[in-house]
Design a binder for this molecule. Structure first.
Ligand code: PHE
Ligand code: CO
Length: 294
């Protein structure tokens, strides 16, 4: 799950207004009419068809097969928590296991939700997971996050105590960033860590970002292709950097450890936001003299 760029969602008497990426001509896919005011809804597990479960299994199997040598060990170790790959997991069962491990839960949402609602859920250690699954025609690529991306990409690392704390801190920081008009900067941090982050390990670079871990093609591309640049994690630099939502990334940022990620993001960001606002914005493919290049 990620928040929409320019959410336009007003709470209405029944359900909530749908959210799409950008100004978007594409109609929203989810059933926002039955969502609650915090944008959560019921998973309605019984409504998944045999085709859905089979497609989930095929997505899962293709992705698990490519993890060795490309995904970080913490992710590989945790992916088993998703349970039987032949069925889309029941969120309530997954939540029970997750709560025992790190006090997180997964909650169903109809799709993209406004930033504010997204941050609020994370701050409460509730991870919003899109309830619908892509169609078989979207086996290789789906534009918006679906239940496969959200579960397979995001949920395993929520079983990791350090990463679990990072996600909650991010949510709390997001609520504050909203009051400081700095949501865009935090969205970039999310994008280049939670969605597309790489980590340096003794065995080489590995992926920990959900957007790459759930992608058929970008997982290998991000770790091994010579086309994109891989740059050392640099918080304010990331806050200045635009990103691509409709193609593989031009730049990936590499952390040394989850400990580094947490330590670097622990300080109060309020003074950083002013500095970032005064600095020039950077294109996704920009390269600075100060970049540490991998
Ligand atoms: N330290 C950040 C702040 O003061 C909060 C935060 C933590 C944001 C981790 C993102 C990730 O706002
Ligand atoms: Co995501």
């Amino acid at each position: 799950m990620s928040a929409a760029q320019k959410p336009d969602a007003k709470a209405v008497n029944r359900g909530v207004a749908p959210v799409t990426y950008g100004t978007g001509e594409r109609p929203p896919r989810g059933d926002y009419a039955s969502a609650r005011s915090d944008f959560t809804c019921d998973q309605s597990w019984e409504h998944y068809t045999a085709v859905d479960h089979d497609l989930y299994r095929r997505l899962y199997e293709r992705q698990v097969a490519q993890l060795p040598g490309l995904a970080c060990d913490e992710f590989i170790e945790a992916v088993r928590h998703l349970g039987d790959p032949r069925r889309i997991p029941r969120f309530d069962e997954l939540s029970d296991a997750l709560h025992k491990a790190t006090r997180w839960q997964v909650v169903a949402v109809p799709g993209l939700i406004p930033e504010e609602a997204f941050f609020a859920l994370l701050a409460q250690r509730r991870f919003p997971v899109t309830e619908w699954l892509r169609s078989p025609a979207e086996f290789d690529y789906v534009v918006e996050p679906d239940v496969f991306h959200d579960l397979f990409g995001h949920v395993p690392l929520l079983f990791n105590p350090m990463f679990a704390d990072y996600m909650q801190a991010y949510g709390a920081g997001g609520l504050r960033a909203g009051r400081l008009q700095a949501c865009e900067y935090l969205a970039r941090l999310y994008w280049y860590t939670v969605e597309f982050g790489l980590i340096d390990t003794p065995a080489g670079l590995r992926a920990y970002g959900a957007g790459i871990l759930s992608s058929a093609g970008e997982l290998r591309y991000s770790v091994t292709s010579s086309r994109p640049q891989r740059l050392g994690f640099d918080l304010k630099r990331i806050m200045r950097t635009r990103y691509k939502i409709d193609s593989y990334q031009a730049s990936y940022f590499v952390i040394d450890s989850f400990r580094q990620l947490i330590a670097t993001t622990a300080p109060d960001f309020a003074p950083y936001y002013g500095q970032v606002a005064d600095a020039t914005e950077l294109a996704a493919e920009a390269r600075l003299a100060t970049d540490r290049v991998f």
